[in-house]
Design a protein. Structure first.
Lengths: 133, 133, 133, 133, 133, 133
């Protein structure tokens, strides 16, 4: 089995996940981890290890591209507005412009319908209002 | 109202849509248009005009990024396998590598679950098998 | 509690359900009931009693309108193509024209995206090809 | 290509969209357009042009039937409560009775489950409480 | 047709449904029934009769197992948070432990993605905070 | 952070995942791993490590209960029929009876609608026909 994309270092998956979560989601990610502490602390560990320690740590696709994919998916599925907001902020963190995020959300009208796109755009409006331009 | 992203030329939306559909989806897109001819020809026109003449013709996001967003959304929603295959081919057409497409699909395990990612990867396997590497 | 919409007769819910299933879904409905016989015969009874004996037997909305609602919902949800085909046939049975069904399906592009609408239109094309015009 | 359903007048799609949005969604629709002004003004234009200027302006299906289809789809998909409320109001605007809207929503229990139907009925209860009977 | 699973007694479906709703959902279920009184009283009856009088009254699967299935499904679908909370309470009512409910919700990360699991866990956190441990 | 549920042994996550996949999904699981070999071998590793090495290896919920949850979720979401079939087989492997699986699938009519339940029951019919009773 080739293992070309996996980032192999001395860091544990958990350490790498913490580092990536900080870099990508910032305070929004930390808040999610904290909120899990009293209900499902193991799930916080899984969240750090698999999405962040494994997937977002892979070579082969840049973080800008990864956030485009995540924003598109969350807006299209339509049932995960809190996570969509976290990832719109994450998109800004990793270098997407507001205009690029708006383009991704508008495009979702084609694939998931106008309501999904509208709700995504309104989520972006809230995030942009809170963040420095 | 600003109109910064819209590509204003002498082309009609329908002409621009035909041009973009050819460029992005190639034969797969033409097959969809042809299949609509006897059931809903007007819908073929809307499909050319709005998604391709309007959205994919906008400045502000490259076609590689647009196909990442579309592949992610279609894989995450999970109920549109024929369209997912068309857009995996489109991703190759606009310059995504096979590895990049696989990265996007694997990432969907995080947001939409392992079955959605698996079904996306199996769609990619079919498309890659048909296309020259 | 008012009970204005419920059709109260001497028929049992099961009898009324059989009658309505025959009228609305015809052979397609009978095939579903038959297919359940060896796996979940009780479910066939529930299917006759609740959707057909209760809901489709209510006053307050005509069968044409009920089939418009069902075709729209099934096309929008996108994961129930066999049932969508049964209800496109049912729509024809209760008096919807092919053009009206196509209008409903095209409209779903707005609410559920172009792939859902396309897959609905292709389902209609199959049903129309089998049915006498 | 036949173009039987499309309403061809001297109005632009945008003008026709504005007229239809006013007629169908009234103040709720205007609020959506206004809310898009600072985040994605182009999307307001697309929303006026494609759903309202193109789809709702077509012959071949009455506005009552179109709103039945939209209410059914939005309730069934379940992730677009703000848009569902706008279209329950729109249904009243184009002549659906409260009882007819309730019938459509109850029917969704069959196709999308009881939670989707319940959440649709509770959305209707809010809209009906605000609107004059 | 065999009828092995159906619980046949002198109770009407409505009476049996009331009894099961009280037992399973307790006050949360009664609140739903009450909320339907002025918008769709017939739907309250259907809700008592089919899900509770028919399905939850069947032999062949215990109530603990039925609530595991319901919690899993509602968390995975992701668009029915009010109903998910009612059924997390119901799970506690029929004997699931908090830890078992958390296990079910964490497992949904695999099948429906991390956002669906997170939103389910946060719903559980709210329910557990209100209920005596 | 408590780590009460995680099964800590000298086995790697990958080894434990292989063992659990064999036990739960049997040949169906091996076929999925094999099918990933040429398109996304890393994803096969993630699939073994996270769902099977982590989640299914946890204490706190039995495998019968875990398969009830998975079957319910996959049937309710409705877009993952291949995975639903794998897990109906898995349910039989870990000790669920055919009748129990049918009960879970019928119950999904309440939460996800009759089409989702029907498609789940038809998947079960196929699996039961292939498996020795």
């Amino acid at each position: 089995m080739t293992w070309k994309g996996r980032n192999m270092t001395n860091e544990t998956r958990l350490q790498r996940g913490h580092r990536q979560l900080d870099r990508i989601d910032g305070a929004g990610g930390q808040a999610v981890i904290a909120a899990l502490a009293d209900i499902a602390p193991d799930f916080a560990t899984y969240l750090l290890e698999f999405p962040f320690g494994d997937i977002y740590s892979r070579d082969g696709l840049g973080l800008r591209e990864r956030e485009i994919a995540t924003i598109a998916a969350l807006a299209a599925m339509g049932h995960a507005q809190p996570q969509l907001k976290v990832h719109i902020r994450a998109g800004l963190n990793v270098g997407l412009t507001r205009d690029e995020i708006v383009e991704v959300l508008m495009q979702m009208a084609v694939y998931a319908g106008f309501p999904a796109a509208l709700n995504g755009l309104f989520a972006a409006r809230e995030v942009f209002a809170e963040a420095p331009a």
